[in-house]
Design a protein around this ligand. Sequence first.
Ligand code: AMP
Ligand code: MG
Length: 316
Amino acid sequence: MTVQRTDFIMNTPVEQTVCGPDADAIAAQAVDLMRRLECILSFFLPGSDVWNLNEAAGHGAVPLQPETVEVLREALHYSRLSGSAFDVTAAPLTDLWRRCGKQQKVPDGDEIRRLQALVGYQHLEVGDDTACLSSEGCAVDLGGIAKGLAADACVQLYRAEGVESAFVNLGGNVKAIGGKTPSEPWSVGLQHPGLPRGASFASLAVVDESVVTSGSYERFATVDGHRYHHIIDPRTGWPSDSGLQSVTVICESSMKADALSTAAFVLGLDDGLTLVCEQGTDAVFLTDDGDVYITPGVRSRFQLAPDCGFQCYVGA
Ligand code: AMP
Ligand code: MG
């Protein structure tokens, strides 16, 4: 039996395809699992671990669930590794841009500079089952990594239940078990930034792997005809302007792919390619000019849509 279901979790549509005799019940369990993760990791839900940590900023450590400690540790690791291009403490800025975007205005320059001083992974300390933010006004936002953790957790659950073929997609954050059939890989479409949702500029053949995309077209606000997207460069305080429309990272761990895709998006093509290659992952970069750069490991399983209008090059 193959079950397909779509739910709305973590502010994003979540599609599951699960094959096997108990697929229905297993997909339902995965929904419960993702909702539980949302309840502890959400920036917005009062009483979540992240909410409590942010509320207590400057006032000592708060007790946390093991999953929160795990994701904070990973997030700190990728914040260091990327030189703060991905920074788990970017929340003062991401929240400012989100709130201003809703009111269709651009934040004040002085306010951006004031909040930049509160951003920096050095402000976060993670203990065995607690964490602590050093100053009032500091805050964490796991929006750039939590969907990866959720995809990894789903796949762990599927495997524990004996599933040999499954696919979960949390709004562009994909993870697969096996192939679509024993002889056919899953095909993952990479969203074309200029076309309606679901229209791809390329497809990737995937078996037992995660494919995660960060794109400026995902969420944005339009103010005076200019688009301000949701991925903030903590080093400037502004939406990243690194010349990319999207970065897709392919590797086993969805949490790693999630953090690296956000980091590489902020770093831009050259430094982003260096980072993903150093980390031993494959990637697809789409520039503002419509050039597609793929790492060598992607070549044999990548197909550019013939009518997409983009040029493809092999990088790094
Ligand atoms: P993603 O779609 O995985 O690239 O993550 C984007 C989300 O991560 C945003 O909606 C913010 O919640 C958060 N975010 C934005 N910029 C950064 C950044 N530079 N570092 C870490 N998280 C970020
Ligand atoms: Mg991410």
